[in-house]
Design a protein around this ligand. Structure first.
Ligand SMILES: [Zn+2]
Length: 179
C-alpha cells in the first residue's frame, strides 16, 4: 500500500488534474455557459469544482470512519494517502466503501481529462464481456454487445459507481481466494 505515484492510481490522476489546472489557470468561463475548449480539455472552473467535490467526499468518508482524522493534507493529491493512513483499522464494509469511492474517483479524474481509455478494461456487469465504451452524452458506460439488452431492447448502460463497486468486489473476492 502507500504512495504509488508512478502508477495509475486515484492519486496520480488527481495530481494530473490539479497540475492541468495550475498550468492553465482561468478564473471565468469564456462564454455564457461552461463549455469544452477542445476535446478533453475541461474548463478550469469545472476542474476546481470537480477536485473540491472529490476531496470533500473522501474527507467525509474518512471522518465517518475516524472522527479524529484531523486536517486534510496541504496537497490535494495526498488526500488518498491521508484517507488510508487514518482508516487503517476500518472494518471490511467501511474499507470496501472507501476503496469504491477512491476507485470511482480515479475513473472520474481520467474522464474529466478526456481519457476514456479507463472504461474498456472493465467487464460489463450484465454480460461479463469487455464491451463497455464511455458515452459522454450519457455520462455512463454503454455496453456495445448487441445481445446485452434491457427488457425493453435497449443497450445497457452503467454508472462509474457501479463499475467501481464491481471492480472492488472482484478484487476482494480474488484476494480471499488467494489466501
Ligand atoms: Zn453487456
Amino acid at each position: 500500500m502507500g504512495a504509488q505515484h508512478n502508477q495509475d492510481t486515484a492519486t496520480s490522476r488527481m495530481r494530473l488534474l490539479h497540475n492541468e489546472f495550475l498550468q492553465h489557470p482561468r478564473t471565468a468561463p469564456d462564454g455564457p455557459r461552461a463549455r469544452t475548449v477542445t476535446a478533453g480539455t475541461p474548463v478550469n472552473l469545472a476542474v476546481v469544482d470537480h477536485i473540491a467535490a472529490a476531496v470533500t467526499e473522501v474527507a467525509e468518508h474518512t471522518r465517518s470512519v475516524n472522527p479524529d482524522a484531523g486536517p486534510l493534507p496541504p496537497d490535494v493529491a495526498d488526500v488518498y494517502d491521508w484517507y488510508r493512513q487514518h482508516t487503517a483499522h476500518a472494518d471490511d464494509i467501511q474499507r470496501q466503501r472507501g476503496e469504491t469511492i477512491v476507485y470511482r474517483q480515479r475513473l472520474e479524474h481520467a474522464i474529466a481529462m478526456g481519457d476514456d481509455s479507463v472504461i474498456p478494461p472493465h467487464r460489463c456487469p450484465g454480460c461479463n464481456t469487455f464491451s463497455l465504451r464511455w458515452r459522454r452524452e450519457l455520462q455512463r458506460a454503454l455496453c456495445t454487445n448487441r445481445r446485452c439488452l434491457t427488457r425493453h431492447g435497449m443497450s445497457r448502460t452503467w454508472t462509474l459507481a457501479r463499475l467501481a463497486y464491481e471492480h472492488v468486489a472482484v478484487e476482494k473476492m480474488s484476494r480471499e481466494c488467494a489466501t
